[in-house]
Design a protein around this ligand. Structure first.
Ligand code: URA
Length: 194
């Protein structure tokens, strides 16, 4: 992993965001409009981590605002969460051209920003949306179909992988499983909030 010791000097999300906006560690910043850092409650107990911004996110500078984001909003709403109370971000903060998958070196350059975001927010529950977040936060070789809906522990946080909302748009049969996962996520959250 390509660590960035300077990130330890960022004491809050604003400093981290400013630092991240200057980033040129990989070439994605040459083709995207801007960095999509993440948004939500800086003290969120629940953090959701996706893959990388798409065209709508790149245009608006906000995570999960396109078709997958609309579906995520519905899932969050049905599970009783508001976007304001959670924090939403991605492993990769710049849009890969043509919405291709981020390359390994791009994800590795960007991962330290996510680690520092997690350290600063200190969520008690992290939901990995899809394979990339699961591979970076749970295990590099993790298969989403095998680990979704399971609870992993890292320090003070519990981590639950589930399918990416874009996968549900391609295959509606996954919706039932994601709903199962979000019922579990709701239960874990209720226990943390107590
Ligand atoms: N897909 C992601 O993984 N992240 C976004 O922000 C939007 C779509």
């Amino acid at each position: 992993m390509n660590w960035l010791p300077e990130l330890d000097l960022c004491d809050d999300l604003k400093q981290l965001r400013d630092f991240c906006l200057q980033c040129r560690r990989c070439s994605l910043r040459e083709t995207c409009r801007g960095v999509v850092f993440g948004e939500g409650n800086p003290r969120a107990l629940l953090m959701l981590v996706g893959e990388a911004p798409g065209a709508d996110e790149d245009r608006l500078g906000r995570p999960f605002v396109g078709a997958a984001g609309q579906l995520l909003n519905k899932i969050l709403d049905a599970a009783g969460f508001t976007r304001e109370e959670v924090y939403i971000t991605n492993v990769v903060k710049c849009r890969p051209p043509g919405n291709r998958l981020p390359k390994k070196e791009e994800a590795e350059c960007c991962f330290p920003y996510l680690v520092r975001q997690i350290e600063l927010i200190q969520p008690r529950l992290i939901v990995c949306l899809g394979s990339l977040a699961t591979q970076y936060l749970v295990h590099q070789q993790a298969k989403i179909t095998l680990v979704r809906g399971k609870v992993f522990r890292k320090g003070w946080a519990q981590i639950v992988p589930t399918f990416h909302p874009a996968a549900l748009l391609r295959d509606a049969s996954k919706k039932k499983l994601v709903w199962q996962d979000f019922k579990l996520i709701r239960e874990l959250y209720a226990r943390i909030k107590r």
